[in-house]
Design a protein around this ligand. Structure first.
Ligand code: ARG
Length: 457
């Protein structure tokens, strides 16, 4: 069923109908379509474009349709081209002639621009809420692990000792920036395109301020051609979602590495891991792998929409209908990934001994040994060379810097004294790192207090 048969003399080809139709996916925003239509009908009544009785009849009719869809008394069927057509036809069927006036001063172009914006606006908030919940778990882990030592890596080589609190704190900051991006996007997108018509507004005296405020927008958009053809807000959102996934994917990669037999830094809960159909010993980090894998899918939706939009002349073109399936898929994928990832890290256990042992064995205190020499008057570049020689000696003997005898130290530099052992102990190495943002527990406590304030905002 169509809204535009008047100037046609032939039926549409069946394949064309199917190719053109969007109802199979745009029914996802039936609520927003009704919400927008109710606001439009109120405004048409308030401005006298239609009578108050007609406006009320339309509003009541739409509310009835909403209730019936929600209670599954009314089914959205594929015989209509899109959700907009379905709604209008059903309204007319239910309330008669008044229903035929709903579309006065409106086009499906501004209607779909509105519906998608209303839908996406809620999704921005929903993703934001999911990320905040994930951050609460990260913060809980940080609070419990300011003294849990682990090696910090660069080039995936053990570098300097850090703590679990510090490592997780890095992700806290990333997700904080993700939320701030979502906030900016919301602020920019929250303007109402309704009343832009097909592209050039309308000759009816619509009150666009009224519809914008009825729908909780900051105000109406200012150019009707832009309003019906702007999909920037979606591209920005997909870009922000891609960055969220990039962060989750890096985190997932670390979970896979830490969970491997070689590392065993963590153990994933049975509820969040899977087995192999052939190898009985296996406990695989499938959730982390899938989150990492689904990152490509979300990047794909961003690339897809950017490419769809790049050659479209003003104003509305049907290409834009392609914005929906990929966006819905990306929204659902990201919400699912954030929430599963949260459950996975909330239930995993840290193997503190393994991590500490690994930090001790990887010469992560070599910089501190050089700093010890510097504090005792040796220029840093010389100190670097001396400790390099000590490391070579240790590699040769298969031991850590902590295990060399004082004689061995002094054979390479007489500056070393008995207090070297204290100076390069893991505890000292971490505790003395007290610059702002460093892993020293006293500093970490201060940063955690700031994170807590952020979460209470
Ligand atoms: N299904 C269409 C879309 O998603 C709705 C707008 C249709 N407008 C039109 N002029 N055909 O973009």
């Amino acid at each position: 069923m169509k809204l535009w048969g008047g100037r046609f003399t032939k039926e549409t080809n069946e394949l064309v109908n199917n190719f053109n139709a969007s109802i199979s996916f745009d029914q996802k925003f039936f609520k927003q379509d009704i919400q927008g239509s109710i606001a439009h009908a109120k405004m048409l009544g308030a401005t006298g474009i239609i009578s108050d009785e007609e406006s009320l009849a339309i509003q009541e009719g739409l509310k009835g349709i909403l209730a019936d869809i929600e209670s599954e008394k009314l089914e959205i069927t594929d015989e209509y081209e899109d959700i907009h057509t379905f709604m209008e036809a059903t309204l007319i069927e239910r309330i008669g002639d008044a229903g035929k006036k709903l579309h006065t001063g409106r086009s499906r172009n501004d209607q779909v621009a509105l519906d998608m914006r209303l839908f996406t606006r809620e999704e921005v908030k929903a993703v934001d809420a999911e990320i905040k919940e994930l951050m609460a778990v990260i913060l809980r882990i940080m609070k419990e692990n300011t003294n849990t030592y682990m090696p910090g890596f660069t080039h995936l080589q053990k570098a300097q000792p850090v703590t679990v609190a510090h490592h997780f704190g890095a992700y806290f900051e990333m997700f904080k920036r993700d939320r701030s991006r979502l906030h900016d996007i919301y602020e920019r997108m929250n303007y109402c395109p309704l009343g832009s018509g097909a592209l050039a507004g309308t000759t009816y005296p619509l009150d666009r301020e009224l519809t914008a405020s009825l729908l909780n927008f900051y105000g109406p958009t200012l150019n009707s051609m832009d309003s019906v053809s702007d999909r920037d807000y979606l591209i920005e959102f997909l870009s922000a979602l891609s960055i969220v996934m990039m962060h989750l994917s890096r985190f997932s990669e670390e979970i896979c590495v830490w969970n491997s037999n070689e590392y065993r830094f963590i153990e994933l809960d049975d509820a969040y891991s899977t087995g192999s159909s052939i190898m009985p010993q296996k406990k695989n980090p499938d959730i982390a792998e899938l989150v990492r894998g689904k990152t490509g899918r979300v990047y794909g939706s961003l690339m897809s929409l950017l490419t769809t939009m790049k050659g479209i002349p003003l104003a509305y073109n049907k290409d834009m209908q392609e914005d929906k399936e990929l966006s819905f898929d990306a929204f659902d994928t990201v919400k699912g990934c954030v929430s599963l990832f949260r459950g996975m890290i909330d239930t995993m256990k840290f193997n503190n001994e393994r991590m500490e042992d690994s930090a001790k064995k990887g010469f992560t205190n070599a910089t501190d040994a050089a700093d010890y020499l510097v504090k005792n008057g040796v220029p840093f570049r010389d100190a670097h060379g001396i400790v390099g020689q000590l490391v070579l000696l240790c590699i040769d003997k298969g031991i850590a810097l902590d295990d060399l005898s004082l004689e061995e130290y002094q054979a390479i530099s007489p500056v070393f004294k008995e207090d070297i052992y204290e100076a390069i102990s893991l505890k000292t190495c971490v505790e003395k790192r007290l610059t702002l943002g460093a892993p020293g527990p006293d500093m970490m406590d201060k940063v955690i207090a700031i994170c807590e304030e952020y979460m209470n905002d």
